[in-house]
Ligand binder design. Sequence first.
Ligand SMILES: [Zn+2]
Length: 43
Amino acid sequence: MGTIVCQDCNSTIHFFDDEKVTVLYGKCNNCCTEKNRKKSNHQ
Ligand SMILES: [Zn+2]
């Protein structure tokens, strides 16, 4: 089982089949633009 996790908010974006446990980092829709990153600065 592989998982793609957002590197900004740690939410799970996607699962994919894999022989071992794999975690990849990406950006979810909420964090993919600079505009939204500035809006959610209060984390
Ligand atoms: Zn995110």
